[in-house]
Ligand binder design. Structure first.
Ligand SMILES: [Zn+2]
Ligand SMILES: [Zn+2]
Length: 362
């Protein structure tokens, strides 16, 4: 008798059986590696070519992306192990513009080993529908999309003080944050230009940009001027305007000490409590609260605070003038809140401002 007669035969095709009662070709027909594929929808940035995978924009070629996607999404038969994928994405000719999509297919190859007989290798090929939706990634929104309708110009105060510089920085970062909150509504910073005394931020949408400029300027007690100019007209006759909001950063912040013209050419010192269209101030001399229209403080700059040694607390507080090392009674020694704060200081030092050669607790 021939030897072959003793070999098991594939019950389907009669060739030599390799696994269970099948040859490997018939086995995989009975037991496909892939049980199901989900719909493959890919998001791609048309500008930098990156893909969105699980919330992250990744730099991968389409083939690498597809093998990762298939490995994540395909349901495989547990009879197989060491399953791996390769694939190509085929799309019809199209122009990848943000907001458009292309529908094509993925040509995928799957290879695997049988759990039962690890030496046997199996492979299958599939064609799957796939769609690619184009959307600018966050980086490209910032860098590449030059379209803008509105400009917010933020300018530093003249003779900028340390508090003024910090007000400027805070205004810029607040505008960035507010723009980010509205990114779902299509507001983006498309361009930025630094200038010696500030920065220009170009934004995609007039209405939201102006809203933000108003809100932030009012919150910081900053100056605001808004201009609009016609920049084009659509075919249907719609007029398109470009708005410019000029924000002049104040030279102070809440907490700053400022000298304000109190009428009759006299200047008085105040601590800024709250910025806004109406400023809330506290007089340094006696701690009285006053409200003041913001425009009256347009030219005010914060005074620098320094530290002074306390040399006496009874009956009046006395400090060492750090400029001439002479003891001096602060002008506002009778300000209860500030003198108590100084007397309770742990290191025997207190914050002061010097204005017109006079010392004030601050
Ligand atoms: Zn067979
Ligand atoms: Zn991109």
């Amino acid at each position: 008798m021939e030897k072959e007669d003793f070999e098991r035969k594939c019950i389907v095709c009669g060739r030599k059986a390799e696994i269970e009662e099948f040859c490997s070709r018939c086995y995989i027909k009975q037991n496909p590696i892939i049980k199901s594929f989900p719909d493959i929808a890919i998001k791609a940035c048309p500008s930098c070519g990156r893909f969105l995978l699980e919330g992250k924009w990744i730099e991968a070629g389409p083939s690498a992306l597809i093998s990762q996607l298939l490995a994540k999404k395909a349901r495989t038969d547990s009879k197989y192990c060491r399953v791996s994928f390769t694939g190509e994405l085929n799309l019809p000719e199209h122009s990848p513009a943000p907001g458009t999509s292309a529908i094509g297919e993925i040509h995928a190859r799957v290879s695997a080993s049988s759990v039962e007989s690890k030496h046997l290798a199996f492979s299958e090929e599939y064609s799957l529908p796939a769609s690619v939706y184009y959307e600018l990634c966050n980086d490209c929104k910032l860098q590449n999309s030059k379209y803008f309708e509105a400009t917010i110009q933020i300018r530093r105060a003249e003779h900028e003080t340390a508090d003024g510089a910090s007000a400027f920085e805070q205004i810029v970062s607040r505008i960035r944050k507010e723009a980010e909150h509205l990114s779902a509504k299509g507001l983006h910073i498309s361009k930025e230009e630094k200038s010696p005394n500030g920065i220009d931020l170009m934004l995609t949408l007039n209405s939201y940009a102006i809203q933000i400029a108003r809100r932030v300027a009012s919150e910081f007690g900053a100056g605001l001027k808004i201009n609009e100019r016609l920049f084009s007209q659509t075919k249907s006759g719609e007029r398109l305007y470009r708005m410019t909001a000029l924000i002049s950063a104040p030279n102070f912040l809440p907490g700053s000490v400022v000298a304000v013209n109190a009428g009759k050419g006299r200047e008085e010192l105040f601590t800024v409590i709250e910025s806004g269209k109406v400023m809330q101030l506290e007089a340094l001399i006696d701690g009285k609260r006053v409200s003041m229209q913001k425009y009256k403080m347009e030219r005010c700059g914060s005074l620098p605070r320094t530290t002074a040694q306390i040399v006496r607390t009874v009956p009046y507080i006395e400090v060492l003038n750090p400029e001439n090392f002479q003891p001096a009674v602060p002008e506002n020694a009778s300000n209860k809140k500030l003198s108590e704060k100084a007397m309770n200081s742990k290191d025997g030092k207190t914050q002061i401002v010097i204005y017109e050669e006079k010392i004030y607790l601050a």
